[in-house]
Design a protein around this ligand. Structure first.
Ligand code: NAD
Length: 454
């Protein structure tokens, strides 16, 4: 591992990755390697957790492809030198900012969208001119293997290398010095990564998780809300970092909304044989999820098979913030509903919980929408929709507080792997002596004037 990191550092120092043409070539190559190997990727992910090719394309590959295309199109602009205004004190200098790649980067992926969460950060690293060591999640073994085979047989390891492995491998990697670490995963492991990075003062982007609430207010379009929430919650069997973790439904619409959710779930025919419902990633997670189903509170579903790693879409009714299911991110197809009476009270409650990755508001009321959006701190979200903010390439994507730091996709991804050097470029034909000795009251007065002070 040390050899690979060293070789990447030597390669980075050769300045090859600073050439924009090189970056474009590598991005084009990545796009064609992924396209050529699509079927292998579909087969691997289906073997790992029965994710269909439709879902794999629409929730993973299409996002990576569009990130690559955007990066190729915009890299000249993103990497260009940006002119800044020069202040009076420094007149007649030129001021500009030079984006530079941070250097050798480590990307650590999570398992729930294994391709997207490994390749999208790698695209950001490549477009910014970094070299990449990618450590995909070891949990879905086949997707990890297919990524290693695809990348390691097509790319120079001095530039882009996939290292497979679990906790032990990641722990070893984290001992080394990188110029950037990009981590996607749980808040608990995020803290381990942050601590390891601090030793080398390595900048990090942490894409973490949390409990994302969805508010449903009495005047919302309830039919649409039920449709959009059911899709976004049970997509990938709830194993989505930005899935609505729980619903906050106003008491007055309780029965009507429950009924709409039930009809919507039934009309989806969620069924692994239909290829529209993926498995839980492993037995350990299936057991963890099953323990969260409080039988007394099941409104719908609740059935499961540990052996098959399947849990029915499940709605838990009359949940309170004190229930066990509200302690941690669910990350599975269980949807708890908390009924609220007073919006202020529930907002106050959420403000005192760890900051969520997402928040969703279903309402027709402008003031309710503004209140929730302005009062609660969260990574990103939607109004009258859920999850889909990830699909807008013009947004940066990331968390805040416990749900992470930094963001990526598009130009935000470029920035995450770049440093911006500020340069004051001064001519020599004039040499004002304001800063030089002797220090006089007149000079002080002039300096204050230049800064707009008295
Ligand atoms: P995880 O934290 O268990 O694992 C993530 C990565 O860290 C894996 O590559 C794993 O090998 C490594 N790892 C695990 N334990 C480690 C340790 N002790 N030391 C060093 N490395 C270690 O997360 P996961 O189970 O793969 O993913 C689920 C979590 O990720 C959820 O919390 C979810 O919300 C979050 N997530 C966040 C985003 C986002 O973009 N913000 C996206 C997907 C998932």
């Amino acid at each position: 591992m040390q050899d690979v990191i060293h070789a990447q550092r030597v390669f980075f120092n050769s300045n090859t990755t600073k050439d924009i043409k090189f970056r474009k070539q590598q991005l084009k190559k990545l796009l064609s390697v992924l396209k050529e190997n699509e079927q292998l990727m579909y087969d691997a992910i289906y073997t790992d957790f029965k994710k269909s090719s439709f879902d794999t394309f629409t929730t993973e590959l299409v996002l990576v492809y569009s990130d690559i295309k955007e990066a190729i199109k915009k890299v000249d602009e993103w990497a260009s030198i940006k002119t800044k205004r020069t202040n009076l004190l420094n007149f007649p200098a030129k001021s500009y900012v030079i984006p530079e790649p941070l250097g050798v980067s480590l990307v650590i992926g999570a398992w729930n969208y294994p391709y997207q969460l490994s390749f999208a950060p790698a695209v950001s690293a490549i477009v910014a001119g970094c070299t990449v060591i990618l450590k995909p999640s070891e949990v879905p073994v086949n997707t990890s293997k297919v990524m290693a085979e695809m990348i390691n047989s097509n790319f120079d390891s001095n530039f882009f290398k996939v290292v497979e492995g679990g906790v032990e491998t990641t722990t070893q990697l984290l001992k080394e010095k990188f110029d950037k670490i990009f981590f996607t995963g749980s808040t608990t492991v995020g803290k381990i990564v942050y601590k390891a990075a601090a030793k080398h003062l390595t900048p990090v982007t942490l894409e973490l998780g949390g409990k994302s609430p969805a508010f449903i207010t009495p005047n919302a379009n309830l039919k649409i809300a039920a449709k959009r929430l059911v899709w976004s919650k049970f997509l990938n069997a709830g194993q989505t970092c930005i899935a609505p973790d729980y619903l906050l439904v106003h008491k007055s619409i309780k029965d009507k909304f429950l009924n709409l959710l039930k009809n919507e779930i039934e009309s989806c025919h969620f069924n692994p044989d239909n290829k529209n419902y993926v498995q839980i990633v492993n037995k350990r997670n299936t057991e963890r999820l099953v323990k969260l189903i409080d039988k007394e509170k099941v409104y719908l579903g609740g059935g499961y098979s540990i052996e098959e790693r399947v849990i029915e879409p499940t709605i838990l009714d009359n949940i309170t913030f004190d229930d066990e299911i509200m302690e941690e991110e669910i990350f599975g197809p269980i949807l708890p509903i908390i009924y609220y009476d007073d919006l202020n009270e529930v907002i106050e409650k959420i403000k005192n919980l760890p900051k969520p990755l997402s928040c969703y508001v279903f309402t027709k009321s402008m003031s309710t929408k503004n209140k929730i959006l302005s009062e609660i701190s969260f990574g990103g979200g939607c109004v009258n929709e859920a999850v889909m903010h990830i699909s807008n390439p013009n947004f940066g994507f990331g968390g805040v507080g416990d749900s992470g730091m930094g963001s990526y996709h598009g130009e935000e991804g470029f920035k995450a792997f770049s440093h911006y050097k500020s340069i004051l470029d001064k001519p020599t034909w004039i040499e004002p002596n304001l800063k030089y000795y002797p220090q006089t009251p007149l000079k002080l007065k002039l300096i204050k004037l230049f800064f707009g002070l008295k």
